[in-house]
Design a protein around this ligand. Structure first.
Ligand code: EPS
Length: 389
């Protein structure tokens, strides 16, 4: 499966076309809108989120609530576009219009502005920032919602939550079921299951906002029910953990990724890292622990997948950092109109979508996937084969 996204942050709309879905997958706009709304929430978001109310329009690939096997086309309109019709107009511009003439010549440190401008020859760096904006993650979440629907049909469940914001850490995660974790997280303004830590995270966001600064954090995605053996140990480019790592780091402002014990493994002995293998009639092969986070040799083990990503603080700051105007080459200290002081909770929903997409794609790539009913049966047979192997 593949998907492409298009759209500028303050342009008319964002679009994605998804190709390669099996026919016969139940899918409605509500399935997608639910996740779009989850991405818009989160303590620390700026004023833009009060303008937008993201809703998907499905214009291809679905008939009577089922996928057809043809490409699925999804569009989410930008409500803010009505304020930007001149600056972001599609038609050739009127050179005398003062508003249209206003260009962005002052790159923000840490953003794509300067290097993106150099790359495409955009001396008006609005041409860069409009596309590098995390607004694009809206349709990545839409594509992820479709992937999640496919995973759900195959008995694979996915959740995401926030572990850390601005140096405030949640206590060790413990939950009886993924449903319990989800319920706690969905009711938290920072998507954190630890209510006491959540309170401190919100205080840290308030302080950052007051200081005109921004803060980052760590998010975690957990997947249950993934069948063993998806991915590859024979091809570097089909290793499923590697695909997840790329997907996580491709999210705006994400700088690192880890699985299971993650970077902590560097400080442990092998016997404290590897998971002992056990077998039971009911569950087949499992592991006594899950320190490796659901992967061995680039393949899923059938244990829960546990992947974390680190998000840097957003680089659009009220507190100015020094930069250089590309027209005058003079230093300046920028002030900005609006920004999010923390988008980590929203980013956890994006990470969930990115992981769901990679898992669904890997399944579709590895098993016969023209028809959803056949895929379901194939996965059931694969699980049974693995149990008795
Ligand atoms: C963003 C800047 C802000 C965010 C935006 C990402 O938008 P604006 O420049 O319009 O104030 O709100 O995020 C979204 C619009 C979104 O949907 O997540 C940036 O520069 O990356």
């Amino acid at each position: 499966m593949r998907y492409l996204t298009a759209g500028e942050s303050h342009g008319p709309a964002l679009t994605t076309i998804i190709e390669g879905l099996p026919a016969g997958l139940p899918l409605t706009a509500e399935d997608i809108n639910e996740d779009l709304a989850r991405r818009q929430k989160g303590y620390g978001r700026g004023r833009r989120m009060q303008i937008e109310k993201d809703q998907v329009r499905i214009s291809a690939g679905i008939r009577h609530g089922l996928t057809l096997g043809s490409p699925v086309a999804l569009t989410v309109e930008n409500r803010d576009w009505t304020h930007w019709t001149k600056v972001m107009g599609i038609e050739p511009r009127d050179q005398n219009d003062e508003e249209v003439k206003r260009t962005v010549t002052r790159p923000r440190p840490g953003h794509a502005d300067l290097v993106g401008g150099m790359k495409y020859g955009h001396r008006d760096m609005r041409n860069v920032l409009e596309r590098s904006s995390a607004r694009e993650t809206t349709v990545r979440v839409a594509a992820g919602a479709v992937a999640k629907k496919l995973l759900k049909e195959l008995g694979i469940d996915i959740a995401s939550h926030v572990l850390e914001i601005g140096g405030v850490k949640a206590s060790e995660v413990s939950y009886d079921s993924i449903e319990e974790l989800k319920e706690k997280v969905e009711n938290s303004p920072v998507r954190c299951f630890d209510a006491a830590a959540a309170q401190k995270m919100m205080e840290a966001i308030d302080t950052a906002k007051k200081n005109g600064d921004s803060i980052g954090g760590i998010v975690e995605v957990i997947v249950e029910g993934m069948p063993a053996g998806v991915g590859s140990y024979v091809h570097y480019d089909r290793k499923l953990d590697a695909k997840l790592a790329r997907a996580i780091v491709s999210i705006n402002a994400f700088k690192g990724v880890e699985f299971g014990l993650g970077f902590e493994m560097a400080r442990k002995q092998g016997s404290q890292v590897h998971d002992e293998i056990i077998w039971s009639e009911e569950a087949g092969y499992t592991r006594r622990t899950n320190r490796l986070g659901g992967f061995e040799g680039g393949m899923s083990t059938g244990m829960p997948i546990v992947v974390r990503g680190v998000m840097k603080p957003i680089p659009t700051l009220y507190k100015p950092l020094q930069s250089v105007d590309i027209d005058t080459k003079e230093p300046f200290s920028a002030s900005i109109e609006r920004s999010d002081s923390c988008a980590v909770p929203a980013a956890s929903v994006v990470a969930e979508a990115a992981v769901a997409w990679e898992l669904a794609s890997a399944i579709v790539e590895q098993f016969y996937s023209d028809r959803m009913d056949v895929l379901k049966k194939t996965i059931a047979d694969h699980r049974e084969y693995g149990r008795l192997f």
